[in-house]
Design a protein around this ligand. Structure first.
Ligand SMILES: Cc1cc2nc3c(=O)[nH]c(=O)nc-3n(C[C@H](O)[C@H](O)[C@H](O)COP(=O)(O)OP(=O)(O)OC[C@H]3O[C@@H](n4cnc5c(N)ncnc54)[C@H](O)[C@@H]3O)c2cc1C
Length: 414
């Protein structure tokens, strides 16, 4: 039985991994040579801590304030783009306490499932992608954010997550080389991190050796339906027939679903990252600066810094003002770490695939019986890759899924 997967980021590769494991003949089609998807330059955090979706109360008013600051961490580019307007209206409707309540358990469960799958993968021969289980630190500087973060930590504890609020002194003891300039921290010991560049390279190598076929530099241009089924996937380099098709095309998912007459709302959220390769001060635990919304991860002997979320159609412009916003935030939290603005050529960017309610799409569709969708993981796609792939393989194989996936229904906005 043949499966075609469109998209070779972490979600497509993970889907290939579990489908191949269950006996499918798998082909991955990607429009690039697979050397730089959104799944490479991210911050490598595995995040059960991220059980609160982006669409939450307070996000709209905060977002509007940030829109007037060119160095801010969140930005929606004002535009008459119909997809953006539709997405925005759905986002505003979803940013409620009810959305936060109903999403918390599914987001926790899929993150914990994925973490356990990463542990199993790391134990396999041929895989060594720097998985470390030190958790992540949420640092705050202001009493207002301290109150919010402590409240969130208690919520995390009530969800059974291993989380501990720390005083500045307790946090400092865990981070001996860095001078912390913070009020305190919350240590999400349930989290982990890895080196995404190595993970993706090793997954590709493993899948090739297991017989998965890769059709790279081949954009999917058309999808031919016959009744309720997809018959053929058409690229400039040939047509591919399949028994099942998995769409795992990241921020390009809506273009693909449109080809089969489905409207799935999703917008790209551009973010930037850059490496400090030989840091004078080594970081021990990955960190998030809460007020600045900047993330920092020790990676491959260096440190990766990243952040910003620009909601806008895909574009290749590097906005150095936002990169400057990231650089300027660093000494505000780590007072003995000063960085120069990196050169534009050293700044990586990627497009987080953002759904209007901050919950991914994982599942089948009612209209097309051999189509499966896995996407829209926003800032948690690296974390959720393996669980998404496993759930897709279970659905394709008609098995009971490892967890309840109702919350991830790809057609919930239809
Ligand atoms: C700065 C930054 C930091 C981040 N940090 C973290 C983190 O710490 N932890 C975390 O969990 N997540 C993080 N993320 C988010 C994470 O990187 C993404 O959610 C994830 O990579 C999405 O994976 P994906 O496989 O869905 O999409 P992608 O990696 O974007 O892959 C999609 C693939 O589909 C292909 N494609 C698209 N259209 C077509 C077509 N028509 N034909 C053929 N191929 C097509 C593309 O070429 C691409 O290779 C971060 C993101 C950014 C930007």
């Amino acid at each position: 039985m043949k499966a075609v997967i469109i998209g070779g980021g972490v979600v497509g590769l993970s889907s290939a991994y579990y489908l191949k494991e269950s006996g499918w003949d798998v082909t991955i089609i990607d429009k690039t040579d697979l050397s730089d998807s959104c799944s490479y330059g991210n911050l490598g955090m595995i995040v059960p801590s991220h059980f609160v979706p982006l669409a939450m109360p307070g996000m709209i008013s905060q977002g509007i304030k940030w829109m007037f600051n060119s160095r801010s961490p969140f930005y929606v580019k004002p535009s008459l783009n119909v997809d953006l307007i539709n997405w925005g209206l759905k986002f505003v409707k979803s940013a409620t306490e009810k959305n936060v309540e109903r999403s918390a358990v599914p987001l926790r469960d899929i993150n914990l499932l994925s973490k356990s799958l990463y542990e199993a993968l790391a134990a396999k021969p041929g895989f060594d992608f720097g998985l470390e289980k030190k958790g992540i630190m949420m640092y705050f500087k202001t009493p207002k954010v301290q109150e919010e973060e402590i409240h969130l930590a208690h919520r995390a504890q009530s969800l059974g997550l291993d989380v501990e609020p720390l005083s500045k002194q307790q946090a400092q003891a865990l981070e001996p080389a860095i001078d912390l300039d913070v009020l305190g921290a919350v240590h999400y010991r349930c989290d982990a991190h890895l080196y995404p560049n190595k993970l993706i390279a090793q997954l590709i190598e493993y899948l090739k050796s297991a017989g998965v076929k890769f059709q790279t530099n081949s954009a999917v241009e058309k999808i031919i339906r016959q009744g309720d089924s997809i018959k053929k996937v058409v690229t400039a380099n040939g047509d591919f027939e399949a028994d099942v098709v998995v769409m795992a095309a990241g921020s390009w998912l809506p273009q693909l679903t449109k080809m089969v007459g489905l409207s799935i709302p999703l917008m790209p959220g551009k973010g930037y990252s850059f490496m400090q390769n030989n840091p004078a001060k080594q970081l021990n635990i990955p960190s998030i600066f809460c007020e600045a919304r900047v993330a920092v991860t020790p990676m491959n002997g260096g440190i990766r810094f990243g952040g910003t979320m620009e909601i806008a159609p895909v574009n290749n412009r590097v906005n150095m003002k936002r990169v400057e916003g990231i650089v300027n935030s660093i000494p505000k939290y780590f007072s003995n770490v000063q960085l120069n603005l990196p050169q534009e050529k050293d700044v990586w960017y990627g497009f987080r695939p953002c759904t209007p309610d901050g919950v991914p799409y994982i599942g089948s569709t009612k209209k097309i019986n051999n189509l499966f969708i896995a996407g829209g993981h926003a800032m948690s796609g690296l974390s959720l890759g393996p669980a998404s792939g496993k759930l897709i393989a279970e659905l394709v194989n008609g098995q009971q899924t490892s967890m309840d996936i109702k919350a991830f229904d790809p057609e919930r906005f239809s």
